[in-house]
Design a protein. Structure first.
Length: 423
């Protein structure tokens, strides 16, 4: 099944007319769905089902207290929006004028001179440079890099008989792999990772944003002085001739997409494989593969569950609902993937999910992300085929946050094993 089986509808209608801003959808006086709450994080799928039942394809939500948005949970509606940047542009500058500087989602949504927050020729210029950098990645060498990082990490806990697969494996692995790809030294990378975590969590996000930005400035400065065989050096040498400010924000986007989402993709897939009998029988003997598990997670629990944010320039009518100008329209990849109109429950060899987005802002690094996640999981399964959850599946805790789908920890137990040989 491919996305071509679900053709987009005609483009949305726009008209300048009085619209009550802040109330794009009639909620019958009820509250908006708080995407940042612990209750939503604990069971978002029930929330999506209830939103589908009550609102259809577009639901009123809050991304943070006092930050209203519209959540797109209809698959076909999402296709229309993702393929229509003229009516749904990504420039957030007008929206952010009235947003407090300490708003927890501001660092993830604010305008930057980067590919993610621009459209038209500017977006094309940035994207061409990033795509060129990604295309230079040697996937064979990357496979070796993941192995060289994974095995020493596994060796730090394989003799213990227990581990937390986030703090001891998925996070440091994602961190080390993206640093290797970007040519980022550990000290700069550590500051970037700390700032990035604060931005995703929405805790001291403004300070995290400043820390992250400074780390990226230091990395770009280093690579101008000492270029190497890495993505950042390639961006600096691209004919787009990016200046320092543009470079910092392109690298910031690459770093942001490379650590937290990769970590969550690895962890969410491992959780599925550890809790679903289809992947059981000692994991290696399960009936479905790691790639099958990855595809299913990209449907059901994608690492960025709600993103692809746009900001209509004027009131817009879509699916019979007026959306106000300059208010976030957030595509729920998880909600759309599980839209009853298209979700058959069949995920094997199904690439119709929206986890990588679509249209001009689609992720250009999906093959790289797939490879990193699959290699990381397979290395762990080869080393510890008899691992199992250390707690009941229902005791796992999901981290609150309006944009991500992320566990707080993934504790496992396994027979104590000798360290692996490092070739």
């Amino acid at each position: 099944m491919t996305t071509s089986q679900f053709p987009p509808h005609s483009s949305a209608s726009t008209i300048a007319c009085p619209v009550q801003h802040g109330s794009p959808i009639d909620t019958d006086g009820g509250p908006r769905v708080a995407l940042y709450s612990e209750a939503f994080a604990a069971d978002p799928h029930q929330a999506y089902r209830e939103m589908h039942r009550r609102y259809g394809s577009l639901a009123p939500v809050e991304l943070a207290p006092g930050v209203p948005a519209t959540l797109v949970i209809g698959y076909h509606t999402a296709l229309r929006i993702l393929n229509d940047p003229d009516h749904f542009p990504h420039d957030s500058r007008t929206w952010q004028k009235d947003v407090p500087s300490d708003c927890p989602v501001l660092p993830m949504l604010e305008w930057r001179p980067a590919v993610i927050r621009n459209d038209g020729p500017t977006h094309s210029r940035y994207r061409q440079a990033i795509v060129a950098g990604i295309e230079e990645i040697d996937l064979f060498a990357l496979h070796a890099t993941v192995e060289q990082i994974a095995i020493p990490l596994i060796n730090t806990f394989c003799e213990d008989g227990s581990a937390d697969l986030i703090s001891q494996y998925a996070l440091p692995l994602s961190f080390a792999v993206i640093n290797a790809m970007l040519g980022c030294p550990p000290e700069i990378g550590q500051r970037a990772a700390t700032g990035l975590a604060a931005m995703f969590e929405g805790v001291d996000a403004d300070k995290g944003n400043a820390m992250f930005s400074q780390a990226m400035f230091d990395l770009v400065t280093l690579k101008r002085a000492e270029p190497g065989n890495d993505i950042v050096s390639g961006l600096l040498q691209h004919p787009a001739n990016l200046d320092d400010g543009e470079m910092i924000h392109q690298v910031l986007c690459l770093y942001g997409a490379g650590i937290e989402p990769t970590q969550n993709l690895i962890v969410n897939t491992l959780r599925l494989m550890l809790t679903d009998d289809r992947f059981g029988a000692g994991l290696l003997g399960g009936s479905l593969s790691t790639r099958d598990a990855l595809d299913e997670v990209l449907f059901t629990d994608p690492p960025l569950s709600n993103y692809c944010v746009s900001f209509p320039k004027q009131p817009i009518l879509i699916d019979g609902v007026w959306l106000p100008a300059h208010q976030p329209v957030v595509v729920s990849m998880a909600g759309c993937n599980n839209d009853p109109a298209i979700n058959s429950g069949e995920y094997t060899d199904n690439r119709a999910h929206l986890a990588w987005s679509l249209g001009p802002h689609a992720c250009p690094a999906r093959s790289v992300a797939y490879m990193i996640a699959q290699d990381a999981i397979d290395q762990l399964l080869d080393a510890l085929p008899d691992m199992r959850l250390a707690v009941a599946a229902q005791e796992l805790v999901w981290r609150p946050g309006p944009l991500h789908r992320a566990l707080a920890a993934l504790p496992i137990v396994f027979p104590e094993s000798p360290p692996l040989n490092i070739s």
